[in-house]
Design a protein around this ligand. Structure first.
Ligand code: ZN
Length: 670
């Protein structure tokens, strides 16, 4: 793996310190809203779509695990997966978060070029972001044109800095030239859309002469830009945005989410508006739980990224009726995600930006609070005026509202809205329920049809080798191919890793025949037992963990689970995460069987013996089958060998019987 080489730049002690300091609930909590559930914390998985949260964070074990899609790991794994970062960059991210200083070598332009393309695009974007800010604050042109424009429009310095607003000079290729001089390749300037190349040596800056709003990933890395013209009389687009790139996917990004996310979670509500200016000006007015879907119409991905922090969205609309009707689709999409949606309509010719500039912070907050109405009152109010009590138009309106209500996944919410609709429209509730049920039936039928015609991208192709499949299918297939041996081996490893440092009293009979007990660590019991019987694991990772623990025990040490969690091999890490995760599905383990014993120690002993016997029983059965096959394949003449094999089979059968008896005993029928 490449990260091994890269990570050499960061000293080992620093890596250890990062691992020690990073708290999984903090790290994940920056992206997912978590609720305490017993000793763990629960949230909606950011890696797959789910209705009931199954994404679990264990502060005590310092790991996360999703029981829906199977993803799990340490803080580092989370950042790598979620932010699509390399291992060293995830370390740097966490170091920055916790104020840990990394003394690493500065990367040269040559090294930058060697880094993978994605990273390079991040570097270029970051470079441009610094350049634009530098231009705004520290050049004559920037201050005279850019900064004075912002100040005229009422932007205070603190929000200019907070949103890292910048300025791109008028000259044709100021940024491009500066970037090339600093060793950045034209190829990447083009790929990020910062530079537009017409012909050879004919390149110019996409954003020249514009105010620059950098667009950030949720973690706060610049991924693209929005550029606004200063002079609205110019014959050119008011806004120019970065094109889609490897790092910037418009439909996934919400402007302002990186600075607003904690406030969104805290207020348990998110304001949704249209433009960069709206977000910035609302922040200035003290409303920080706000994002904008700038550059695109609202997408499901954007709605889901809000849902990770809150189920409540309030849409802020400018007072333009045509525009509002066009965005009814957005309301339906939010309802479809099972979220609650409210709407604030701004007075005519006002948008959040202009409104916030004209009013005090308190006025803005009060206005937002008082004007927010639920979608049904809003939609009905808006459309009812147009019907003029025409019964046909009114029926159309009811149908339209019912269609929205039908999208809501929860029964109770639907009922509430139906009641409200009935009273607003002055119609019988029963009639509404009837037509609601019809629409629901249609929706469900369509969904079933869609499911019967599977989309090719979502179906595993059995012909493909496992590596070619998308990760979620690899997970699913992995589960299916677990054979009896793997399940049993895994159970033994779980006992070793999770319960290894616990003790129980092991009963034995001494030479004189007197029953005795001996205090014993679970780990030692397992290690001795398997070594005595010369059993090794078929799964290499399990064997590695076993040897690692045995090695530690030989030095009278206990391997810390956290040590295994830091292992450089991803598959070792993910095994340990799986083992440590509480509601790990146990297919054939002891925990599933009901063990009625009084003390934890008794349970441990039973569990130990049971897991070991279960593995041994499986191995014996396999040997027995092999021996029987061998016996059948012998020719009649090989009498000696026949006898030998028969004896072996008898021996094995005896052991098998013994194990079966023991297993019944340790199983403790309940
Ligand atoms: Zn998941």
């Amino acid at each position: 793996m490449q990260h091994k080489k890269d990570s050499k730049l960061i000293p080992k002690e620093t890596i250890d310190k990062i691992f020690e300091t990073a708290r999984i609930e903090d790290v994940v909590g920056d992206f997912v809203s978590l609720k305490r559930r017993g000793v763990n914390m629960l949230g909606s998985c950011p890696f797959h779509k789910e209705k009931t949260p199954s994404f679990t964070v264990s502060p005590s074990k310092n790991i996360y695990k999703c029981f829906g899609c199977g993803k799990g790991g340490t803080s580092i794994d989370f950042i790598m997966e979620h932010e699509q970062m390399t291992y060293p960059d995830a370390l740097r991210y966490l170091a920055k978060k916790y104020g840990i200083k990394i003394e690493e070598q500065e990367q040269t332009a040559e090294e930058i070029a060697k880094a993978n393309e994605r990273e390079t695009l991040f570097h270029v974007t970051n470079f441009a972001n610094s350049f634009f800010q530098e231009q705004l604050h520290n050049t004559e042109e920037g201050r005279a044109i850019g900064l004075s424009y912002l100040q005229e429009r009422g932007f205070r310095m603190e929000v200019i800095k907070k949103f890292q607003i910048g300025y791109s000079p008028e000259s044709r290729d100021a940024l491009t030239k500066h970037a090339l001089e600093n060793g950045y390749k034209l190829e990447y300037l083009e790929k990020t859309g910062l530079t537009i190349a017409k012909e050879e040596k004919q390149h110019y800056d996409r954003f020249r002469g514009r105010i620059i709003f950098p667009i950030f990933s949720i973690a706060g890395r610049a991924i693209g830009f929005g550029g606004r013209i200063l002079d609205s009389t110019k014959q050119t687009a008011k806004y120019v945005n970065s094109p889609e790139s490897e790092i910037y996917h418009k439909s996934n990004v919400l402007y302002g989410l990186h600075v607003g996310r904690s406030e969104i979670a805290r207020q348990n509500m998110c304001y949704l508006c249209e433009g960069y200016m709206d977000v910035v000006m609302l922040h200035q007015a003290g409303v920080e739980n706000v994002v904008a879907s700038s550059g695109t119409s609202l997408t499901t991905e954007q709605i889901r990224s809000i849902k990770r922090f809150t189920p409540n969205i309030t849409i802020l609309y400018d007072g333009d009726a045509a525009g509002i009707k066009a965005s009814f689709r957005g309301i339906d999409m939010i309802l479809e995600e099972g979220m609650n949606v409210r709407i604030v309509l701004f007075p005519e010719n006002e948008d959040p930006d202009s409104f916030a500039r004209k009013h005090t912070s308190d006025e803005v907050k009060t206005f937002l609070k008082e004007q927010a109405s639920d979608f049904i009152t809003f939609k009905t109010g808006l459309l009812l005026a147009e019907t003029n009590n025409d019964p046909i138009k009114k029926a159309d309106l009811i149908r339209e509202i019912i269609a929205s209500i039908a999208l809501i996944p929860e029964n109770i919410t639907r009922e509430t809205y139906i009641k409200q609709c009935a009273s607003l429209m002055q119609v019988e509730e029963a009639a509404l329920v009837y037509s609601l049920n019809q629409v629901r039936r249609n929706i469900l039928e369509q969904r079933q049809k869609r499911q019967k015609q599977p989309e090719p991208t979502e179906q595993p192709d059995p012909e493909l080798p496992p590596d070619a499949l998308p990760p979620q299918w690899q997970e699913a297939l992995k589960g299916q191919t677990l054979d009896g041996r793997d399940i049993r081996e895994r159970d033994v490893i779980r006992m070793l890793v999770v319960h290894g440092n616990k003790k129980f009293f092991f009963p034995f009979t001494d030479e004189s025949g007197t029953p005795q007990t001996q205090e014993m660590y679970v780990a030692d019991f397992i290690i001795n037992d398997l070594k005595n019987d010369e059993i090794t694991f078929e799964n290499n990772d399990y064997q590695y963990i076993f040897e690692y623990v045995a090695e530690c025990r030989a030095q009278a040490l206990f391997p810390d689970e956290q040590m295994l969690l830091q292992h450089e091999n991803k598959s070792i890490r993910s095994i340990v995460v799986d083992l440590l995760s509480n509601n790990y599905t146990i297919s054939d383990g002891w925990e599933q069987r009901r063990i009625y014993t009084t003390t934890e120690e008794d349970k441990l002993q039973f569990a130990c013996e049971h897991t070991l016997l279960s593995l041994k029983g499986f191995l014996i059965s396999k040997q027995l089958t092999e021996a029987e096959v061998a016996l059948q394949s012998l020719s009649q003449e090989d009498t000696d060998e026949q006898i030998e094999l028969l004896q072996h089979i008898i021996e094995l059968s005896e052991i098998k019987k013994m194990i079966a008896t023991h297993l019944t005993r340790t199983r403790m029928p309940g």
